[in-house]
Design a protein around this ligand. Structure first.
Ligand code: FMN
Length: 221
């Protein structure tokens, strides 16, 4: 049924979907904690792998909010940078005798190398908030997929609130790091992690450009 309410709902949803972009430059001022809570609430509404974590007594999804300049962010930043440098060195060594890997991962390795040299981790310290989301490991191991749903919900809500949002996917490499997990207060290895940066965007970005649906779709008999 296509009544007025349905048309309105779809208009707003389509607008938010098209406006959702990766913001990588943020204003320095903090958005309110209430706005952050609304973003986290959207994450809680995302689907989760009930069959994989269903028997756990303890809730399986957690959020950790770090403010720029806080003790937690000051402690977390060098640990993540160290991980970026480790990944850069490992990848460089891996590509040394593997032309196929170099062809595939060269651009990514270049980015890691730039971040390593500059001593930056995009999204940590460059935005007012760095948020780590944790999902308890279950069976089958589908935590990262579950986290992707959670982060997408948060991203869409941030967009609806006119906030900028950037994924900080290196966060997933920190799930077994004892010092990083100690900052969060979780045991290393029991939770998968993903991260994002949130704040007011410095620039307005144009809506996402994607190919037409028909160009990338086959209707099978
Ligand atoms: C699995 C995954 C990991 C990503 N990791 C990062 C990241 O660490 N940093 C970043 O700035 N963007 C990251 N992105 C964002 C993509 O680069 C971005 O979505 C893509 O370039 C399309 O741009 P848009 O988000 O503005 O539409 C990631 C996206 C996905 C799906």
């Amino acid at each position: 049924m296509c009544d007025d309410i349905s048309i309105q709902k779809n208009r707003y949803l389509d607008q938010i979907l098209a406006e959702r972009r990766s913001h990588r430059i943020f204003r320095s001022d903090f958005c309110s904690e209430d706005e952050i809570r609304r973003v986290l609430h959207a994450g809680l509404l995302a689907p989760f792998a009930a069959a994989a974590v269903g028997t756990s007594q303890d809730y399986f999804r957690r959020f950790f909010v770090m403010r720029r300049g806080s003790e937690s962010m000051k402690a977390a930043f060098p640990l993540v940078l160290q991980q970026v440098r480790r990944m850069a060195a490992d990848l460089e060594a891996g590509m040394h005798n593997d032309p196929a890997l170099r062809a595939k991962a060269g651009a990514f390795a270049e980015r890691l190398s730039i971040f390593s040299k500059k001593g930056i981790v995009p999204g940590i310290g460059s935005a007012p908030y760095y948020i780590v989301v944790a999902e308890r490991r279950g069976y089958p191991p589908v935590e990262l997929q579950s986290l992707a749903h959670c982060l997408e919900n948060m991203w869409l809500k941030a967009t609806a609130l006119d906030l900028g949002f950037q994924l900080v996917s290196v966060t997933s490499q920190m799930s077994s790091d004892p010092a990083f997990c100690a900052i969060l207060g979780i045991p290393p290895g029991e939770w998968e992690l993903m991260g994002c940066a949130v704040g007011y965007p410095a620039d307005e970005l144009s809506p996402a450009i994607r190919p037409p649906v028909e160009e990338v779709t086959r209707w099978l008999d």
